[in-house]
Design a protein around this ligand. Structure first.
Ligand SMILES: [Zn+2]
Length: 256
């Protein structure tokens, strides 16, 4: 779909700014800190950061990754997350044009990135992403009328019920918590965006990616599984290619 370059630039700028906000979420939510108070400070010297030193990606590059006041390094995570969210918003506009579906794709991708990074680091999925994302998913589904909304509710219920069942079985089989409540709420959120079939595909892809990537890594050293990382990857693939994969699978089943 041809998109006006000016709108692509607008999508990139919006994505970069949201990426800057996502950095705040990634750092503060696991610590139960407020997202607005205090305003941005240097992680090292705790001095406030002026607006001109807080421009996504650009300021980090101009300051060569160092704080203007204390000169200590500032993590590469900041510009990388900002650029990644900018890329997600541009990709959504390129794939779906300037539509509500593109907005859903961009918001979904941003939330999934936040979940993936946080779960990978801290083994937890803050409620702000899951409940917030569920609210966004349900609200955006209203554009599809009553049918769209019912599909989103059914998807959320499927995600919740499926992961809840997996967690119960895991607990019974392994006598320890195999899956956190965060994963269950996350899949309710995912279901509101991708529907019930998308939930099944996401869990399948998440388990597949988890086995392919995680099992070889964990052979060397026992680790917890940040299952949310793999579910986030599976959910992103499902959002973009899910309909094609499900159609291919149904075709395959009927052997035509
Ligand atoms: Zn500093």
């Amino acid at each position: 779909m041809a998109v006006d370059p000016i709108l692509l630039v607008a999508a990139a700028l919006l994505g970069l700014c949201l990426g800057s906000f996502l950095n705040v979420c990634i750092v503060r939510l696991p610590l139960d800190m407020s997202l607005v108070n205090p305003p941005s400070t240097c992680p090292r010297c705790k001095q406030p950061i002026a607006w001109r030193d807080n421009i996504p990606v650009v300021s980090w590059l101009l300051l060569r990754g160092r704080c203007r006041r204390c000169g200590q390094p500032i993590s590469r995570q900041y510009p990388i997350i900002e650029a990644a969210v900018g890329a997600i918003w541009v990709a959504a506009a390129l794939l779906y044009g300037i539509t509500l579906h593109a907005l859903a794709a961009a918001l979904f991708g941003t939330v999934l990135l936040g979940i993936g990074v946080t779960d990978g680091r801290h083994y937890l999925i803050p409620n702000e992403y899951t409940w917030g994302g569920l609210g966004l998913g349900l609200a955006l589904s209203l554009a599809g009328g009553a049918d769209g909304f019912l599909n989103a509710v059914l998807g959320a219920a499927t995600g919740f019920a499926l992961l809840f069942a997996v967690a119960q079985v895991g607990q019974w089989a392994f006598k320890e918590e195999a899956m956190g409540g965060g994963d269950i709420k996350m899949m309710a959120m995912v279901g509101s965006f991708v529907g019930w079939k998308g939930v099944l595909l996401t869990v399948f892809l998440g388990a597949l990616l988890g086995s392919l990537i995680f099992v070889p890594l964990s052979l060397r050293k026992k680790r917890l599984v940040p299952f949310g990382v793999f579910l986030a990857l599976g959910a992103a693939v499902t959002f973009v290619m899910g309909d094609a994969i499900i159609a291919w699978y149904q075709h395959f089943l009927h052997g035509e």
